[in-house]
Design a protein around this ligand. Structure first.
Ligand code: SAM
Length: 234
C-alpha cells in the first residue's frame, strides 16, 4: 500500500483526501492487472507509478487553475495526465484521446470501475479529431507524446481563442525550444510561462504553457507525415 504521501504534500502543498487515495489505489490496481494485456507502461512498481506518473501528472496544477475547465488530453496512453486530473479535479470536463484503440479499451475500464463522470475516451488521431472538434476546449494538455514542434501543431486547433496548451516535458524541453523551427509563429500560439520543477528524485520536469490568441490558420494541423518531416523529429 503506497504511504509516501509526504512527497505529495511537499510538491503539491496538500495530502490527498481519503476518497482520492481510494481512487488512486483502484487505478493502480487496474493498471497492474491489465498492463500486459494492453501494453501500458514499463513503470510498474507502486512507488514509481505514484511518483513518476500520478504526481508528475499534477505538478503543473500548483501554478495553474483547472477547475471547471473543458480539457482534452492528447495521446493520453494509460490516462496520464487525464485520469489523474479527473480524480483530483472532478468538476473538470475531460476528453481523453489516443490513436491506439487498446489504450481506449483500458481507459473505458478505468472510467467504469472508478465511476468517473464528465469524462470520455476517444479513439482517433489528434490531427484528425482537431479538425472535427475545431476550437472547442479551454485547455489542451499533452505529456510525453511528441517533439515540441510536432505536438504544438497537434494541439493548437483543439483550443478555443484564449485557450491554453500545457505540455508536460522532461529535461530536454530547453533543447526542444532552442531547436524549434519557430512553428508557433505560424500556428499563432505563444509561450507564456515555463515551469521548471526541481529534481525530486525522478528527474527535472519542465512544463510549458502556451496561449492561443487568434484562430488557427486553416492549413494546420497538416497530415502527420508532413508535420514530422518538417520538424525533423518525431
Ligand atoms: C509515450 S505515450 C505517452 C502516454 C501518456 N501521455 C504518458 O505520459 O504516459 C504516447 C501516446 O501518444 C499516442 N499518440 C501518438 N501520436 C498520436 C496522435 N497523432 N494522435 C493521438 N494519439 C497519439 C500513442 O498511441 C501513445 O499512447
Amino acid at each position: 500500500m503506497f504511504d509516501n504521501w509526504k512527497i505529495f504534500e511537499n510538491n503539491l502543498g496538500f495530502i490527498p483526501s481519503n476518497e482520492i487515495k481510494e481512487k488512486l489505489a483502484k487505478y493502480y490496481e487496474i493498471l497492474v492487472q491489465e498492463n500486459s494485456k494492453y501494453n501500458l507502461t514499463r513503470i510498474i512498481s507502486e512507488d514509481d507509478v505514484y511518483e513518476k506518473h500520478f504526481l508528475d501528472s499534477l505538478l503543473f496544477t500548483k501554478e495553474f487553475q483547472i477547475s471547471n475547465q473543458k480539457i482534452i488530453d492528447i495521446g493520453t496512453g494509460p490516462g496520464f495526465p487525464g485520469i489523474v486530473l479527473k480524480i483530483f479535479f472532478p468538476d473538470t470536463h475531460i476528453t481523453l484521446i489516443d490513436s491506439n484503440n487498446k489504450k481506449i479499451n483500458f481507459l473505458n475500464i478505468v472510467i467504469d470501475k472508478l465511476n468517473l463522470k464528465k469524462i470520455e475516451a476517444k479513439h482517433d488521431r489528434a490531427e484528425e479529431l482537431a479538425r472535427k472538434e475545431n476550437e472547442n476546449y479551454d485547455i489542451a494538455i499533452s505529456r510525453a507524446v511528441a517533439y515540441l514542434d510536432v505536438i504544438l501543431e497537434l494541439v493548437v486547433r483543439f483550443l478555443k481563442i484564449d485557450g491554453q496548451a500545457i505540455l508536460l516535458k522532461g529535461p530536454r524541453a530547453e533543447e526542444e525550444i532552442k531547436n524549434s523551427k519557430q512553428i508557433e509563429k505560424k500556428l499563432k500560439i505563444t509561450l507564456v510561462n515555463k515551469q521548471i520543477l526541481p529534481d525530486t528524485g525522478f528527474g527535472e520536469r519542465v512544463n510549458l504553457f502556451y496561449q492561443k490568441n487568434i484562430s488557427t490558420p486553416e492549413l494546420y494541423p497538416r497530415d502527420y507525415a508532413k508535420i514530422v518531416k518538417e520538424s525533423g523529429k518525431k
